[in-house]
Ligand binder design. Structure first.
Ligand code: C5P
Length: 209
């Protein structure tokens, strides 16, 4: 059983790499950002201001968020598609900034890891969620490259400037949460293919196991 933490900014490839690596290693992929996204959806549905810490904490405290087979469940409802939309993305950093929300979601993010291991991706996976991980990786890429990937994913290659501006905004909004562990291996993915990055990180994981 192995535990790997993969952190880095939006668009660095964390989620895609974590997914492929988890498959290669035969352990679950724990997408820690999905919990913040589902919490944000609950907050928006309750028509609560994402900056109102008391109201946000109350909403997040009474919902159940689970991940099953790569899908995100909010009180049992599959919300995987809803949580990837622009409205949730625009509000998630504000919800994730509340320490009380982070404490509430930590338990769910960690559940199963002690039993099954896992590849955990996020902003603070290595420093907070699984500080005893066998391997900690910090994935990064130039903001232009991250913007290109996001624009292609969104099917909007002509809106590159918009996606780069959005990444600058999220990097700034996530700055407090985005902590690079001192013992993380830094992998800059600029100009590298997904296969190359997965192979590099899988080699690191096999050595660390
Ligand atoms: O990784 P993803 O883009 O889905 O994360 C969504 C948001 O959740 C991030 O922009 C950040 O605000 C928050 N997040 C966090 N800590 C994590 C993972 C995500 O604060 N470990």
């Amino acid at each position: 059983m192995i535990v790997v933490a993969i952190d880095g900014p939006a668009g660095s490839g964390k989620s895609t790499v974590a997914d492929a690596l988890a498959t290669a290693l035969g352990v679950p992929h724990v997408d820690s950002g999905a919990y913040y996204r589902a919490a944000t959806l609950a907050v928006l549905r309750a028509e609560v201001d994402p900056t109102d810490v008391d109201a946000v904490t109350a909403v997040v405290g009474r919902v159940a968020i689970d991940r099953v087979d790569g899908r995100t469940l909010l009180d049992g409802e599959d919300v995987e598609d809803d949580i990837r939309g622009a409205t949730v993305t625009a509000n998630v950093s504000a919800v994730a900034a509340h320490p009380a929300v982070r404490d509430l979601l930590l338990v769910a993010q960690r559940s199963g890891i002690a039993r099954d291991g896992g590849v955990v991706d996020g902003r603070d996976a290595a420093t907070r969620i699984v500080p005893d991980a066998d391997l900690k990786v910090w994935l990064d890429a130039d903001v232009e490259e991250r913007g290109r990937r996001r624009a292609l994913q969104a099917g909007e290659p002509e809106r590159l400037d918009h996606h780069i501006a959005d990444l600058h905004r999220r990097d700034a909004a996530d700055a407090t949460q985005m902590v690079r562990a001192d013992d993380a291996v830094v992998v800059n993915t600029t100009g590298l293919s997904l296969d190359h990055v997965v192979a590099t990180v899988a080699d690191l994981a096999r050595t660390a196991a």
